[in-house]
Write a protein that binds this ligand. Structure first.
Ligand code: GTP
Ligand code: SPV
Ligand code: MN
Length: 591
């Protein structure tokens, strides 16, 4: 008989019910200790769920491979199960709670037979902060436990905080058979409940992350008067020691992690900037008594894209993942280290690829296509506090005051390097009309342009029309709103902008605009920089490039807004009139 370390009646009853359905052979409460971590690692190694990496080179690091058809979020299997269909809105899949519970029950039934059910009490946000939310995840995956341990605050401390009657999100996960035909990621906002079954991939199973901190949280945020956003949070410290904080919403795999921890480029180094990383994926924001917007990062770890990460593109990420990191779906080398495409190390002569097959550089599949060592959505899970640029504000209950909100996406054409909205309402329109090319972070056709308002398309837990209305709320000192695009291509298909650390040059302009330090050019879509106002010291970029980067092609924009219209049309009467006003005004300005 194990002792149940809580007197929370509702929690105990819920666990009992879930255990009756899933039939685990035992239940283990996660307390968050080091001893427990070591024990779980050992067990996962013995079953092959984890592979121990070279502890001399990568101390505390482990390797994991997911099933081949389980490498990214499966948006088509992700549902918002609100009582009324219209509350899920046109951008979400919907299932009625009754049908969803029944369907999932059939898959969960007996799914943990012969397995352990782990009970993970976790806090999103520092334990005890008035802005934090508590969840309890039940899972049959040690990989999930060890990842949640990095990504959130877990264990006894959280359980104590929850007390006897505290509110919590009920999160249930089972790998079941890892069968994509029996995979469901279900959200019941009205029940504060998440059920995820049939997957072992991060975004589907680390239920504190997208499921709680965005889908459920966005619903709670609307009810309680705050915001849950798919945004990084970073501080830019100027030579006088003054730190200005910004948040930025880019769709999945579009550069949040990279921007949040950038290293100032050589040419700007003399100015003495320093970057502070508060968060790389999620921001919870609220209007404070000063009438400004304040933000906290509810997470404690980084679940970042590995391919493309190297000491040139993201030195801080590379420094972060040298220890205590779980690598998923990268290439495993013979000396038990890791490698990925676009990484640092020379290509290993051989290895085991993300599918578990022997791999050699240059090998091709039967259609002659190169076989990748790492899956393009291979990820690392690392403690945020290991990041050299991590801000101590991560632990502050109050968070940081946001001066600018930046929207952006992968647009190979159309969107200029940067522009500023005319005001808050126009800024909401700019965010609402965001679009991006599909990346490897979600299953589906890569490269296709899709609308992704505020980078929240897959993450809004209720009707997106209501969400726009919620964001439209007036505040006394609103942040200024900007749109950036690091991904514009020239005629040869080469990036016009070097990106990464060089993006600080654009952030510098954004901050100068926030502080009313410089003028700008007024265009039909917003304010753009005078080319001379972007500091290009030390950057050898042809003047022609800057011209192209800032170019706004009226005809292309006229085409673009037709698509805005088509998109908004699907919202019906729930589209806020302010969005329509902005659409009409933009159309006018373009004509
Ligand atoms: P999620 O974790 O999925 O929410 O994504 P993210 O927004 O944190 O994405 P991340 O920072 O990991 O970016 C991933 C991809 O964007 C990689 O392929 C990077 O190489 C690329 N990328 C990031 N910043 C830049 C940039 O400034 N320029 C260019 N060209 N590519 C960039
Ligand atoms: C994203 O896809 O936006 C991610 C990774 O940040 S996941 O947690 O898998 O959703
Ligand atoms: Mn994300």
């Amino acid at each position: 008989m194990i002792t149940v370390p809580t007197q929370h009646k509702e929690l105990k009853e819920w666990i009992k019910k879930m255990a009756e359905m899933c039939s685990p052979s035992r239940i283990v409460w996660i307390n968050g200790t080091e001893e427990e971590k070591t024990r779980l690692e050992k067990e996962a190694i013995s079953t092959g769920e984890l592979i121990e990496l070279n502890q001399q080179k990568l101390p505390g690091c482990f390797y994991h491979r997911t099933a081949e058809n389980d490498v990214a979020r499966t948006e088509h299997l992700t549902y918002i199960c609100s009582k009324k269909q219209e509350n899920a809105g046109p951008t979400n899949n919907w299932m009625s709670p009754a049908v969803a519970y029944k369907k999932a029950h059939g898959i969960f039934k007996g799914s943990m037979k012969g397995r352990t059910m782990y009970v993970i009490p976790f806090s999103m946000g520092p334990v005890g902060s008035p802005f934090s939310k508590i969840g309890v995840e039940l899972t049959d995956s040690i990989y999930v436990v060890l990842n949640m341990r990095i990504m959130t605050r877990i264990g006894t401390e959280v359980l104590e905080k929850l007390g006897k009657i505290g509110k919590f999100t009920k999160c249930l996960h089972s790998k079941a058979d890892l069968d994509i035909n029996k995979r469901l990621i279900l959200h019941f906002p009205e029940d504060n409940t998440i059920w995820s079954v049939g997957s072992g991939y991060g975004g589907n199973v680390l239920l504190g992350k997208k499921c709680l901190s965005l889908r459920i949280a966005s619903y709670l945020a609307k009810k309680e008067g705050w915001m849950a956003e798919h945004m990084l949070i970073m501080g830019i410290e100027d030579p006088n020691g003054h730190i200005e904080y910004i948040s930025a919403a880019f769709p999945s795999a579009c550069g949040k992690t990279n921007l949040a921890m950038l290293i100032p480029p050589e040419g700007l180094k003399v100015k003495g900037y320093r970057i502070w990383t508060v968060g790389d994926d999620i921001a919870w924001m609220r209007i404070d008594t000063d009438g400004s917007l304040w933000a906290v990062n509810p997470e404690a770890g980084l679940f970042g894209v590995a391919p493309g990460t190297n000491t040139k593109t993201n030195p801080n990420a590379m420094a972060t993942i040298q220890k205590n990191t779980i690598f998923t779906n990268v290439l495993l080398t013979p000396d038990k280290t890791v490698w990925w495409e676009g990484g640092d190390d020379p290509i290993p002569e051989e290895g085991i690829d993300w599918k578990g097959n022997p791999w050699k550089p240059g090998i091709k599949d039967k259609d002659g296509k190169p076989i990748l060592g790492a899956h393009p959505n291979a990820r690392f899970t690392a403690p945020a506090k290991q990041c050299p640029s991590i801000s101590n504000r991560l632990e502050h209950h109050h968070g940081v005051k946001i001066s600018a909100i930046v929207f952006g996406g992968k647009r190979t054409r159309l969107a200029p390097l940067v522009y500023q909205s005319f005001n808050w309402q126009h800024g909401v329109y700019v965010g609402a009309t965001m679009a991006s090319e599909r990346t490897a972070a979600q299953v589906g056709k890569q490269g296709e342009v899709r609308r992704d308002p505020m980078a929240m398309l897959p993450f809004c837990g209720y009707h997106m029309g209501e969400y726009f209305k919620h964001l439209g709320k007036k505040m006394k000192n609103p942040p200024k709103i900007f749109h950036v695009n690091w991904f514009r291509l020239d005629e040869q298909g080469k990036f016009l902008w070097p990106g990464f650390g060089e993006n600080l040059r654009v952030l510098e302009w954004i901050i100068a605009r926030c502080n009313n330090k410089i003028d700008a050019v007024e265009t039909a879509i917003g304010y753009t920089p005078k080319p001379e106002d972007i500091d290009m010291t030390g950057l050898d970029l042809p003047a022609e490039n800057m011209k192209k980067l800032l170019e706004i092609k009226r005809d292309d924009w006229k085409e673009e807004i037709k698509d805005h219209w088509d998109f908004f049309y699907t919202f019906g009467t729930k589209l806020p009139k302010e969005i329509l006003e902005e659409y009409e005004a933009l159309k006018q300005r373009l004509s």
